[in-house]
Design a protein around this ligand. Structure first.
Ligand SMILES: [Zn+2]
Length: 589
């Protein structure tokens, strides 16, 4: 029989502790301390309370807990000496049915891992979906984590322990993230489509208007129809647009969505999460035969990543009238012009201007996106409310000095171009850090035609600087350019700095950011505000209507643009719940 949260809140301390028995391996003190914070509004709140207890317990107690875990498919499993929970998990993961080779490999990994870190390898073997990782996935993860930095790996072990506790808690309370699971499954199924050259290697790559890309559009459109959208169409640039009508024909629309194209060898969740989360919400409305005072327009943007053609944000750009005709003549790596690719896909190029939306007919734009960074993962917080999408500038630069003999030119007579840039790079590092939430990067740094025995006479480099507001960014840029001038003067160097890109910051509309905050708070999880370091479709819609974004925690240090990108069904469920809450708020306003 499953417990309910009401029963837990009403139970005596001893009974309540008994109800949470076995969540953390041989460590009832974690649940005991968390239970002091009763009553809980949600299981998510209880989970976070336990996370807080362990995070505040200090490294010694954390290590004690980690060491209380059995080795994966280790001696304790063989001797059948595991706790009931561990036995269940290890056998569900098929670890009790390893081939002799797999068993030997795991034993070797156990030995190597223990020697490197001094504690057993811990993995939530039921995985992000809760249904179990395959033995191959387990072994691959084991091998990969062996090369982590010890501090990171200890934190990763704790995160896996929290995930194990989350799944055990769900089991005890019969709490299944049903919608989170569905959304998770949509990602898996859509990821079956990948461009040639990548599909064969099991990698995900979906670039603008390839066969795989068009297959994705078809799938999304069919799923939208299944979900109960009233109108579904693929528009003139390949966006899939689903509309769920308002209660009355004069009702405005809420626009939401994200992109379905990917980078090369990318992750399954980047962009797509922002399509599937609202789809699940619309499906619930349709199932309940419910109409809201406003309609919902979910747009699966065809192009955001600028991979096949240099036309980043093509999908969302088209909706604000920012489609540039010169893009049509751009050729991809195989020499195919965009115009031809669009004609081949049956898109009506002449209709692109008609895609421009009349902002007066919309309430605003919201976007759910996987964080694509380490912040939420590190803080053990499932959702993040975006305060602003950072504005950025890029410069392509060159420093000129004097190439001279590395042996005969004394240190005080040199005009070393590379050292000038090196000094600038260190300045940028500390200047950005001073703001707290600015970032500055020299991502390209070359000494063209350099030699081992020549003082660099020329150094080409790039600068990328971003901040949550344009003013903050411009102040940083001004300081960096002044420093560049000063360094050049002092070192007798000359430089060129050419502005290559400038994008305005897109601060969240306060009222919309507040709706996300209220929704997150209602779930019982902490409201964490953060800027978005990466650009998103919401930046484009920002130009014509209010917008605000919600981030969802990624696994594996929040890695993105990488096949390891992942998110749990539980976190995705929270995103669905938060989205539904925003819909309810809007309906009540
Ligand atoms: Zn994205």
């Amino acid at each position: 029989m499953a417990w309910t949260l009401e029963q837990l809140n009403a139970a005596s301390p001893a009974e309540a502790l008994q109800m949470l028995d076995g969540l953390y391996e041989h460590s009832p003190w974690i649940a005991e301390a968390a239970l002091q914070l009763r009553p809980f509004r949600s299981l998510a709140q209880l989970k976070y309370a336990m996370v807080q207890v362990l995070n505040g317990a200090g490294v010694e107690r954390q290590l004690e807990l980690i060491r209380a875990h059995p080795e994966l498919a280790g001696k304790a499993m063989v001797a059948q000496a595991l706790t009931a929970e561990s036995t269940n998990e290890q056998s569900q993961a098929g670890l009790t049915h390893c081939t002799p080779e797999e068993f030997a490999r795991i034993q070797q990994l156990n030995t190597d891992y223990n020697a490197r870190f001094g504690f057993p390898f811990i993995l939530a073997v039921r995985g992000p979906r809760g249904t179990g990782l395959s033995r191959q996935e387990i072994i691959a993860t084991f091998a990969r984590r062996l090369s982590n930095h010890p501090d990171f790996e200890r934190a990763e072990a704790l995160r896996n322990i929290h995930r194990i506790a989350e799944i055990r808690l769900n089991d005890k309370f019969g709490a299944e993230p049903v919608l989170g699971n569905d959304v998770w499954d949509w990602h898996e199924r859509l990821a079956q489509h990948s461009d040639p050259g990548y599909a064969e290697k099991g990698q995900l790559t979906v670039t603008y208007l390839t066969d795989a890309h068009r297959a994705c559009a078809q799938r999304i459109s069919h799923w939208m129809r299944d979900c109960g959208f009233d109108e579904v169409e693929i528009d003139a640039v390949g966006n899939v647009v689903g509309r769920y009508k308002p209660a009355t024909p004069d009702g405005k629309y809420l626009m939401t969505g994200s992109h379905y194209d990917t980078v090369r060898n990318g992750g399954k969740y980047d962009g797509r999460l922002g399509i599937f989360v609202p789809m699940a919400c619309v499906r619930e409305l349709h199932r309940q035969a419910k109409r809201l005072p406003f309609g919902i327009e979910v747009v699966a943007f065809a192009e955001e990543e600028g991979q096949r053609y240099k036309a980043t944000f093509l999908g969302s750009g088209a909706l604000i009238g920012d489609f540039r005709n010169e893009w049509l003549d751009q050729k991809d790596a195989d020499g195919i012009p965009m115009r031809e690719a669009m004609q081949h896909a049956g898109l009506c190029i002449g209709d692109i201007p008609k895609l421009r939306r009349d902002a007066a007919r919309y309430l605003g734009f919201i976007e759910v996106h996987i964080e694509q960074g380490p912040v939420l993962n590190e803080l053990d917080i499932p959702l993040g409310v975006v305060t602003s999408i950072n504005g950025g500038v890029r410069y392509v630069c060159e420093m000129l000095g004097m190439a001279s003999h590395a042996g005969t030119t004394p240190m005080d007579r040199r005009r070393d171009a590379a050292l000038g840039v090196a000094e600038l790079a260190l300045y940028m590092e500390q200047r950005a850090a001073r703001d707290g939430d600015s970032v500055a990067t020299i991502g390209m740094l070359q000494v063209p035609g350099g030699s081992i025995n020549v003082v660099p006479g020329k150094c080409s480099f790039s600068m990328d600087m971003r901040a949550p507001t344009d003013a903050q960014r411009d102040a940083m840029v001004a300081d960096v350019l002044a420093q560049l001038e000063e360094i050049a003067q002092r070192r007798g160097l000359q430089y060129k700095a050419e502005l290559a890109m400038k994008v305005a910051a897109a601060p969240s509309a306060p009222a919309w950011q507040h709706r996300w905050e209220k929704a997150v708070d209602a779930l019982g999880v902490p409201v964490y505000r953060m800027p978005s370091g990466a650009g998103h479709d919401a930046m484009k819609l920002h130009e014509i209507m209010p917008q605000a974004m919600l981030f969802v925690r990624g696994l594996h240090g929040g890695i993105s643009h990488n096949p390891l990108e992942s998110s749990t069904a539980d976190d995705i469920q929270l995103a669905v719940d938060a989205f539904s809450h925003v819909l309810q708020q809007l309906a009540a306003e």
